[in-house]
Design a protein around this ligand. Structure first.
Ligand SMILES: C[S@@+](CC[C@H](N)C(=O)[O-])C[C@H]1O[C@@H](n2cnc3c(N)ncnc32)[C@H](O)[C@@H]1O
Length: 340
């Protein structure tokens, strides 16, 4: 019997991964919800003095559980039991009780909905269906246009969900080292590692011809942590090596605090020059090449060329205003030159 391709009610293909099948619209909802939950949790935990310094969900949940007893277990429990709480109780100035209740609610949502594993399953669905598929196809297309040779050296893919993507199959990079906070998808091909904790390369031979960071920066919870990730990137890349970055289009097109021009200046401050940029319906793709290894030297060189450019650091500055804009932001703290 011929197997029929499954479609959702809107005509979009329904993706199947292992035994899990979800519609693109549901995948989008899960991704959005997870981002909202982890961002709100970070804000509340900062306010309550609860330290979440791990990207390991189990450790985060254990940290909350251990510290909540000292704060107020009753309020936290109220939140845990109260489905739909977050929406109904939003307030500009949440009281401590409200924060604890919200934290309880967020914790229950993250736990019951499967947390990071569910989010990654939804992201994999996104890769193959409504986002136009694997984002590294664009990277490979660009590198072919740039006549990049086969076997150009090793690549590092941060936030990897599959060993079958174009970046791994093109033959341009060898080997492709794939890392992710959670390697639930492929325990052999993807190493469980937090990029922020990956040891810095000691020798240039340990660096990469390409670092790919597709839809990862938007996953990082706070503006300054995103900035720290950007600052780390050049340290892993060979001179003239590439950095491929992908962000959801609204982060670049519709934010109060960032746009493509501003983001490009941030990357330039870290020694990168822009090579390619492309918008699809939902995503914004960037390819940068590393020119200067030393960000402080690069900042000074750029400052001399154009004194108006704030190249040392990028704080939270409103660039665009309007009711329908989002608050996606990246903050780059001044580089501590003593560490160079
Ligand atoms: C939306 S998924 C994107 C996956 C894929 N690269 C793509 O383009 O579809 C984001 C992934 O980034 C991973 N991630 C976020 N921060 C990370 C970090 N510090 N180190 C490694 N992986 C990280 C998350 O675990 C998640 O699987």
């Amino acid at each position: 019997m011929l197997s029929k391709k499954r479609k959702s009610i809107t005509g979009n293909k329904v993706a199947k991964f292992g035994s899990t099948t979800i519609k693109p619209s549901k995948a989008r909802r899960i991704i959005r919800k997870f981002h909202v939950l982890i961002n709100k949790r970070k804000i509340i935990c900062d306010e309550l003095g609860i330290t979440l310094d791990s990207n390991d969900e189990k450790k985060n949940l254990a940290a909350i559980a251990s510290q909540i007893t000292a704060l107020d277990k009753t309020q936290f429990k109220k939140g845990l039991d109260n489905t739909g709480f977050l929406k109904s109780s939003q307030s500009d100035l949440p009281s401590r009780d409200l924060m604890l209740q919200n934290l309880g609610y967020i914790t229950s949502q993250i736990t019951t909905e499967g947390g990071l594993a569910t989010y990654q399953m939804a992201s994999r669905n996104g890769q193959s269906t409504d986002r136009g598929g694997d984002s590294s196809k664009k990277l490979v297309q660009w590198l072919r246009e740039l006549r990049t040779a086969k076997n150009s050296g090793p690549a590092l893919e941060i936030g990897s969900l599959s060993c079958e993507n174009a970046i791994s199959k093109s033959g341009i990079f060898n080997p492709v080292i794939r890392i992710d906070l959670n390697n639930a998808n492929d325990t052999r091909g993807i190493t469980k590692q937090d990029f922020m904790l990956r040891p810095l390369p000691k020798e240039e031979t340990d660096t990469f011809a390409l670092v790919s960071c597709s839809l990862v920066l938007n996953f990082v919870p706070t503006p300054s942590e995103r900035g720290e990730m950007i600052k780390r990137l050049p340290q892993f890349i060979k001179p003239n090596g590439y950095c491929f970055l992908v962000l959801p289009l609204p982060c670049m097109e519709n934010s109060r605090y960032i746009d493509k021009e501003h983001f490009t200046k941030m990357m330039q401050s870290q020694g990168f020059e822009p090579v390619r940029c492309h918008d699809s319906q939902k995503l914004c793709y960037f390819l940068f090449r590393l020119r200067h290894k030393d960000a402080s030297a690069c900042a000074n060189a750029n400052k001399k060329q154009d004194a108006a450019l704030p190249f040392d650091s990028f704080s939270k500055v409103k660039l665009h205003d309007g009711p329908n804009r989002n608050n996606f932001c990246i903050v780059i703290e001044p580089t501590d030159t003593s560490t160079y």
